[in-house]
Design a protein around this ligand. Sequence first.
Ligand SMILES: Cc1cc2nc3c(=O)[nH]c(=O)nc-3n(C[C@H](O)[C@H](O)[C@H](O)COP(=O)(O)OP(=O)(O)OC[C@H]3O[C@@H](n4cnc5c(N)ncnc54)[C@H](O)[C@@H]3O)c2cc1C
Length: 475
Amino acid sequence: MLFNLHLAETKFPADRKYDVCVIGAGAAGITIAKTLAEKGKTVALIEGGGDQYSSESQHIYQGDVIGDPYFDLRTARLRYLGGSTNHWGGRCRSFEEIDFQRQYLGEQYNWPISFSEIEKYKTAACEILEIPDDFEPEQTNDADIKDITFQFSPPVRFKDKFSKLLNDSDKITLFINANLTQLYGQDGTIHAANFESFSEKKILINASQFVFAMGGIENSRFLMHFDAKNTGAFFAKNLPLGKYWMEHPHLNLGRALVDTRKVNTRHYSLSGRIQKELGILNCGFRVIPYTPNDGRTKAMVRDLLCAAPTLGKKVATLAGKNLICGAKLRAAWEQEPTISNAVQLSQETDIFGIPKVQLHWKKSHLDMLTIKESVRVFNTWLMAGDAGRLQLDSWMLNDGDAYPEQEIMGGNHHMGGTRMSTSVRYGVTDNNGQVFGSKNLFIAGSSVFTTGGHNNPTLPIVQLSLRLAEHLSQH
Ligand SMILES: Cc1cc2nc3c(=O)[nH]c(=O)nc-3n(C[C@H](O)[C@H](O)[C@H](O)COP(=O)(O)OP(=O)(O)OC[C@H]3O[C@@H](n4cnc5c(N)ncnc54)[C@H](O)[C@@H]3O)c2cc1C
């Protein structure tokens, strides 16, 4: 059933109590609502925006970024039914085993669940995203570099794919234009939540369990807001709310000339073993070939002929036989979870009186070490196999931690802030995404990621949402 709070055309029974109230109808919220309904639970699925884009709703995402250059927060996510899946790119790959083995870097890297607990939801999550569950097999050799596989969703727009199911379900009530403004409860239990439309209509929803699925920045924002208003009423005091926020730095690193007989896939990463040995994080390389007649390949061969004539002649001969190809070298890599990268509240408020966001984001020395060491290992692998040569951009060759100035280096991947953790010191939720000290508040989405890995977040968001729905259905 669909209930548009903005119009409030349907009379709604005020005493109705749902099993679960899921706040936020993006990839995470819709996956949870749909799965709970399949398991017989009644769900209030609440969306702050409408069923179409509106500047009124989108404007609520306005916020400041302090630190490194970053996207305008109004364009880095979408605030209407389906959330950011209305403009995501569909690139999919999940966590890797090494992402759950970072104890050597410190306690803040410890996931409270094992890799296999996420992995077991991969096939079902791939079905939702309409991709084959067909990634590369586990690495069995001892090589430093491995080829990796991404899958590409059409991309699935959750609004288009699931609107009919949500509207027709007798278990789900979908509320749109209903913005979370207040929680009611005490002693760690939330009894009800209040929602308001842009036309000042209000509705109170009673439920046994509540899930915040408002995205990788808003989940932190709302927990901090309710904490400031009602410290200790809904969850434990002094949690690291909003802290350890992470992105995936993305950047062009330079160009490559590769032997197409040896470099025949586009995606590479470092083995877990070499990451551990070097004390670095995860990094994925993208070798993006230029089209056959692109003059850039010829220019690189000419450069090589000048710099190293013997090698240049060999490469020129291979290029003549179309066995050498020029390519752009790009990387997306994992960011260190640091306490100073954080979602904070600003003094300004939105139209519902909720403080806007101030995002503090900077890349660290370990972030730079990760990319430089990863490139060094990739280059060594290329040279050892006579598989190609790199021509790196100058910032990659300089000492120090200077990145290209003014270059925005993110992926619109908003992770951390309400991380799962074994410890209240480093995280906000337990192994089930339940907020520490709360009896019935859970968090879904990439804000619960303990670490970010180097891969895109949506496949693991869906995996963890399926896992959370299964957990909630058992209560
Ligand atoms: C341009 C772009 C390209 C991307 N490409 C990729 C890609 O190729 N691969 C990939 O894996 N990821 C990609 N992403 C990231 C991906 O889109 C997100 O990680 C994912 O969609 C997040 O899903 P979510 O449900 O956790 O959050 P969201 O999609 O943010 O959903 C949150 C929902 O909550 C609602 N909401 C917010 N506040 C309130 C409130 N107060 N009350 C009620 N409802 C509220 C919002 O309107 C929204 O519908 C991309 C992102 C962008 C911006």
